[in-house]
Each structure stands twice: as structure tokens, then as C-alpha cells.
Design a protein around this ligand. Structure first.
Ligand code: 4AD
Ligand code: MG
Length: 453
């Protein structure tokens, strides 16, 4: 049976027989033997294979080019070379598929922009191998975080008829031809349907039955914003807790981010080491800081005050009552507080209908967690649990309460204070890897004008 290179490299003693498969990174030929660097993506490191001239398969050695695939059998022996514990002394080498000189990943030094044009091959590069191994580990960490606290994992629907965020940024799902707005009742679902922007509303129904729940799935937004932090398809994790207020919500958000940073430090050391070396030297220190220090919490009004008094020239001016722009968020977290920062109690008009109205009647119990280098990673709120205020909020936001009858029912039958948030999984991975463009932390990015692969 084939052994993963990760497992071979972690061996505690030599092995007389081992079979490995992988892709050739480099080959160096001497008179009587060749060195092959074989990588199978199971870990960052490649393994060195020493193939003597004359062993079975060696007659094809010229075709073991960079990018070709091979299976190697031999013994795992201590390596005399510096920086590697083990190497393989090959007994036979088998070329599976060669790669000709057009293989785009010859050597190193490609730009991220170029690698995006070969998204089908970039997982074979060092950076993308590290990103996607870490993404996989962090997905497990998300489940462990919630499961260990007895949150129930709920798979909310991807196709929905309600606009949770009320921002009208939804992709339509239809089987109609021609004018799709003419007779929506004849459409597949008998009404207009969309790809979901958030599983929150459905998630709330489960929290109002099972107490603490979370979702973890794809969400879609037809936002035409070509930025480094927006994708049209991204993954969101949305916990929702019954009998919970804004304070408890902010506590959970903070604990969650800390726990994921801790997990990365403890379980992804090799890949983190690569990011620290080639992407951002300060990364490990920053993650330790995140784990150890409490986040700053500041009400929106105070944040606006800080921004207006900062004397800093922003592209967009800071106006009370308007949304914070990314540059404002980054100023707060990167320059002013120099810490992850939770901003809470935003003006009612700029936040969705479901957030609980504060006693001042002007603000809602919203909270956004901002982190250095990214800005917002989490958006959440305590939900409006009072039936009459909820209906008023819907009207205030120009929504038809009849469309949200089932959501309002949660307030009619045994209503409870409850709260939750959404964490953008890609943004979190950007934060934990220091990779600065969302297109490079998702396997195949969906952005305006781009759905190749
Ligand atoms: O702040 P948002 O819009 O909040 C919600 O969707 C709520 N329903 C969540 C809840 O309370 N259950 O989105 C939550 C997070 C953002 O903070 C951001 O990290 C991420 O989702 N996000 C995006 N990530 C990538 N591309 C986009 N276009 C994103 N839009 C939001
Ligand atoms: Mg938000």
C-alpha cells in the first residue's frame, strides 16, 4: 500500500519497504544516479528519492520531468543530507504520466495573479498546498469548537425565498425562460427563489428549538464589488444561541476567533512556518497576540468619534449614521487600537431588520468584529424577539411582513431573546495565513466576470 509522504517523513525508524506516489518537483542527474524531489501534497515537505542508474524504470529517467507523476518503491533510510531526516533509496521507479516543457509550474517565483489563471494546477504549488491544508484543518476546528460546546450542526437550505440581509444582492434561481419576472408563480418553486445570502433566518428557527446551533455552508452574494475581500460564493459559519444577549454573542465571537487562532498555532505549524517565511514575518506573533489578549469593544458612536478626531485623511469621510468603510475599520483595528476590535450598537437604519432595537430607538444590538489586515470578519446581533417591534422593523426596512410569517411565528409562540453571528470562513483564513486576497484562499473563486474552472 502506498504511504503518504507526510507519514513517511514522520517515521521514527527506517523501513525496509515503502511505496510512495507523487509529483516530481525537481530532478538532478549524476553519472550513476539521480535525485528526485517527490511531493504528494500531504505535507509541505517533499521527500528525496535516490534512484541508481540501472534500477527498473530508470531507462525513462529523462521523462521524470518537473510536474510528472511517479510511483517509487524502496527503503526509507536516514538521509545524510542536511535538513531532512529521511530519504528513499529506490528499488524501482515508475513513471505514471510525464509533464512536458509547457508545465506552467516550472520552478518557483510565479505571481499570485498568474497562479489564478491556472487555478486547476495551483494546488500543487507550495503556497496553495499550505493554504488548503490549513483550510481543511480549520474546518475541523470549527466543528470541534461548536461540537465540544454541544451546539447542534444544522444544514440550512442553499435555495431560499427570503432575503435575510435585505440588501437585494441575491442570485435568482429559476427554470423559467424568457421574461423570468412575468409569472413567478409558474416557476419551479411557485415563487421567486434565490441562492441564500445567509442561513441565519432558518438557523434561528432551530435555535428556538434546540437552544444552541451552528451552520457551516456556502452562501452567495451578487455584490458587484471587485475587492480583495469579497467573493460571490463564500462559506459562512453562523452560530445562533437561544436565551442569549449581545454580550453573550460578543463573548462567543471572541472565544471562537481565539480558539481558531490557537488551533492553527498548535496544528498547522509547518504551513504557518511557510507563511511566516514567505508571506508575513509577523504572523506567528500576531496570532499569539490574538489568542492571549482580550479584544477591544467599542460602541459605534465612540468609534465614529475616534475616527473623526483622528485627523487621518480617509478616501470616504466618516459620517455618523453611515456604514464604516473598510478603510475606517482598518484604521480602528490596525492603527488606533492595534487589536481585534468589536464595534457594537450601530444605527438602526444601516443594519438589517432582524436586529434588536435598543431603548434609544435609534440603534440596534449589532456587532462587527474587525481584525487587522482584513477589517470585518464577523457580523452579528441580538435578534428582535418582540413581535410588534419586529413587524415595525420589517415595515421600516420596506419588507412585507407576510413574506416572513414563519420567522415572525418564532416570536408569537414562546419567544426568547437570542443572538448569533456569521463568520466569513475565507476572511478568517486570510487572517490566519496572511494571504491578502480572498481569491487565493478559496479553491475556485467566483467573482464578477469570473467563473472559469
Ligand atoms: O455581516 P454579514 O452580511 O452578516 C450576515 O450575513 C448575518 N446574517 C450573519 C448572522 O448574524 N448570522 O456577513 C457575515 C460575514 C462577514 O462579516 C464577512 O466575514 C463575510 O460574512 N462576508 C463575506 N465574505 C466574503 N465575500 C463576501 N461577499 C462576504 N460578505 C460577507
Ligand atoms: Mg456585515
Amino acid at each position: 500500500m502506498r504511504t503518504l509522504i507526510k507519514h513517511a517523513l514522520a517515521a521514527t525508524e527506517p523501513r525496509d519497504f515503502i511505496q510512495l506516489g507523487g509529483w516530481v518537483r525537481t530532478r538532478r542527474d549524476s553519472k550513476d544516479f539521480s535525485f528526485l524531489e517527490l511531493n504528494d501534497g500531504s505535507c509541505f515537505a517533499s521527500i528525496q528519492v535516490v534512484a541508481d542508474a540501472g534500477i527498473p524504470g530508470y531507462e525513462q529517467i529523462a521523462d521524470f520531468t518537473t510536474g510528472s507523476s511517479a510511483v517509487v518503491e524502496g527503503s526509507l533510510v536516514a538521509s545524510p543530507a542536511a535538513g531532512q531526516k529521511w530519504e528513499v533509496k529506490a528499488r524501482n521507479i515508475r513513471l505514471i504520466g510525464t509533464a512536458d516543457a509547457t508545465y506552467p509550474l516550472q520552478k518557483k517565483g510565479h505571481t499570485l495573479e498568474f497562479l489564478r489563471t491556472i487555478a486547476h494546477l495551483r494546488p500543487r504549488s507550495n503556497l496553495f498546498g499550505a493554504v488548503f491544508r490549513m483550510r481543511s484543518k480549520l474546518a475541523l476546528a470549527v466543528h470541534e469548537f461548536f461540537q465540544s460546546r454541544d451546539f447542534v450542526y444544522v444544514q440550512t437550505p442553499i435555495i431560499t425565498a427570503s432575503d435575510c440581509e435585505g440588501a437585494g444582492e441575491m442570485f435568482r434561481v429559476t427554470t423559467l425562460k424568457g421574461n423570468i419576472d412575468e409569472q413567478p408563480t409558474t416557476d419551479f418553486f411557485g415563487k421567486k427563489a434565490y441562492l441564500t445570502v445567509s442561513g441565519q433566518l432558518e438557523g434561528e428557527t432551530f435555535a428556538c428549538a434546540l437552544s444552541n446551533i451552528y451552520t457551516f455552508g456556502p452562501t452567495f452574494r451578487a455584490e458587484n464589488s471587485n475587492t480583495a475581500r469579497h467573493a460571490a460564493e463564500f462559506w459562512m459559519i453562523e452560530p445562533e444561541m437561544a436565551f442569549c444577549d449581545l454580550q453573550g454573542d460578543m463573548d462567543l465571537a471572541e472565544e471562537f476567533i481565539k480558539s481558531l487562532a490557537k488551533y492553527a498555532l498548535e496544528h498547522c505549524a509547518e504551513d504557518l512556518g511557510f507563511f511566516a517565511k514567505f508571506v508575513d514575518k509577523g504572523l506567528p506573533e500576531r496570532l499569539k497576540f490574538v489568542v492571549e489578549r482580550p479584544f477591544v469593544r467599542v460602541p459605534y458612536t465612540e468609534a465614529v468619534d475616534i475616527l473623526t478626531k483622528s485627523g487621518k485623511k480617509f478616501e470616504f469621510s466618516v459620517v455618523y449614521g453611515q456604514n464604516l468603510q473598510s478603510e475606517h475599520e482598518r484604521f480602528l483595528t490596525e492603527e488606533h487600537f492595534k487589536s481585534p476590535t468589536t464595534v457594537f450598537n450601530y444605527p438602526r437604519d444601516i443594519k438589517p431588520f432582524y436586529m434588536r432595537v435598543n431603548d434609544d430607538g435609534k440603534t440596534v444590538t449589532a456587532m462587527d468584529v474587525l481584525v487587522p489586515g482584513i477589517g470585518e470578519v464577523i457580523g452579528g446581533a441580538q435578534r428582535e424577539e418582540r413581535p410588534d417591534v419586529l413587524v415595525e422593523q420589517m415595515k421600516h426596512h420596506n419588507l412585507n411582513p407576510a413574506d416572513y410569517w414563519w420567522y415572525a411565528d418564532l416570536r408569537k409562540y414562546g419567544t426568547v431573546p437570542h443572538a448569533g453571528f456569521g463568520l466569513g470562513f475565507e476572511r478568517l483564513i486570510m487572517f490566519l495565513t496572511a494571504v491578502s486576497n480572498i481569491r487565493d484562499v478559496i479553491p475556485f473563486a467566483r467573482t464578477p466576470g469570473n467563473a472559469e474552472f
